[in-house]
Design a protein around this ligand. Sequence first.
Ligand code: COA
Length: 156
Amino acid sequence: MKRGICPGSFDPVTWGHIDIFERASAMFAELYVGVFSNVRKKPFLNVEKRIEALEKATEHIENIKVVSFDGLLADYMRANDISMIVRGLRSVTDFEYEQSNANAIRSVHSDLDTVFLLCRPEYSYISSSVVREIASFNGDISKLVPPCVAEMINGR
Ligand code: COA
């Protein structure tokens, strides 16, 4: 069974991520969505909340499995028979960041590959940090994240 994974911090998940999940889910029998730690980022929502948000926001996608792991992505993939990473690209800046990540992952396990899906233009300005910033000033995040995620953040 061909398995892929969309890894990320998802702090929080946005419409940009959901769009990538919907398109990536058609490429694999099973698509894992994995909450991993980015050591350079300070958490906004805890991992349990991020998982809850991802599970609710991806209910409509049948072959998605939401997981979390506190370790190397490459090791998680090996242990779970996952061969392909899917990441979204918004811009050239994303490409440079993603290129170095993809090569770093291959340096750990050389059989692991990454494919990229171009972000839809209407989502290209969305990032989790923009959501966090607007939310921290009680601004309206309803156009950036699914309703269940906005509800969770507004209720914090
Ligand atoms: N697709 C992907 N990201 C999108 C997006 C889209 N369509 N649209 C917007 N983005 C944004 C995200 O919202 C996020 O914004 P932010 O930086 O403001 O928070 C940013 O692009 C990318 O973040 P995210 O997708 O959450 O990933 P990340 O780069 O923070 O996480 C990990 C990278 C978690 C996958 C990586 O650190 C990892 O694998 N960690 C585990 C440890 C490990 O193996 N490290 C070695 C990795 S080489």
